[in-house]
Design a protein around this ligand. Structure first.
Ligand code: ADP
Ligand code: MG
Length: 258
């Protein structure tokens, strides 16, 4: 494994009962990588991201974060490994990995500012004044300075998703996992969210993005991974995947979405 890998995934499998959803996926994200995951609905993209974030526990395979093997289904006691049991440990691992969901998942009873300061104060033990200062900076960066005291229901979908991104940035994760961040948005709001994501990529943020926005994937990605029925069907540089796909499945998928 290369030293600069943030996440290294080896032969990841996930089944729900008899349904094998992930059938052996390997993937490495290094600092500054922007990896786009594309593929048909049901191919396992969300499940894959959820396994990285330990929202799901993989059935088999290994995930290393900075070379540290995550305690998954089969910890090896001879290597000093044990299961993650406490919520505290799970939270600690997740602070390396920020996640942005299709449905924003903001806390509706909290203002925009409160949404952004909550985790730094509660998870990181950050002083309130510092958390507020940082949150205001982040909200400014996503263009929402004027909305700090509003509630999520008073914002458009695009604005809510930008708050969700600011909230994720507030924990300063080393890698941000995006699961179709623009799929729930009205078309006129897709651009403003993609613009924020482009900024993050150009700052050198490490990102993994499940997306149907092929223009974004083509321009911003360092690598595109096409998932097909729980396996990597094809992978490569964006110009390779979009310009000269090699597999029939990938060609067919791109014909449908482009
Ligand atoms: P994608 O994000 O690529 O659309 P998903 O990862 O959401 O695909 O789903 C892949 C497959 O796993 C689908 O067949 C879905 O029905 C199934 N699946 C996802 N989550 C669960 C679950 N919690 N229980 C059972 N099946 C699931
Ligand atoms: Mg999905």
């Amino acid at each position: 494994m290369s030293a600069d890998a943030i996440i290294d995934v080896r032969d990841l499998h996930k089944s729900y009962g008899n349904l094998e959803v992930l059938k052996g996926i390997s993937l490495t994200a290094r600092t500054h990588d922007v990896i786009s995951l594309i593929g048909a609905s049901g191919s396992g993209k969300s499940t894959f991201l959820r396994c990285l974030n330990l929202l799901e526990i993989p059935t088999r395979g290994e995930v290393f974060v900075h070379g540290k093997r995550m305690p998954l289904s089969d910890p090896d006691p001879s290597r000093g490994e044990r299961r993650v049991t406490s919520e505290r440990e799970l939270r600690e691992i997740r602070t390396h990995l920020g996640m942005v969901f299709q449905q924003f998942n903001l806390w509706s009873h909290m203002t925009v500012l409160q949404n952004v300061i909550e985790a730094p104060i509660r998870v990181r033990g950050m002083a309130r004044a510092e958390a507020i200062e940082r949150a205001k900076d982040l909200l400014d960066r996503v263009g929402l300075s004027a909305k700090v005291d509003n509630y999520p229901s008073q914002l458009s979908g695009g604005q809510q998703q930008r708050v969700a991104i600011a909230r994720t940035l507030a924990l300063d994760p080393e890698i941000i996992l995006f699961d179709e961040p623009t799929s729930a948005l009205d078309p006129e709001m897709v651009g403003e969210v993609l613009a924020v994501m482009r900024d993050l990529a150009s700052e050198g943020r490490t990102m993994m993005v499940v997306t149907h926005e092929m223009g974004f994937a083509r321009e911003v990605s360092t690598e595109v991974v096409f998932l097909e029925k729980g396996k990597v069907g094809e992978r490569g540089a964006p110009e390779q995947i979009f310009g000269d796909p090699q597999t029939a499945a990938c060609k067919q998928f791109l014909n449908k979405v482009l």
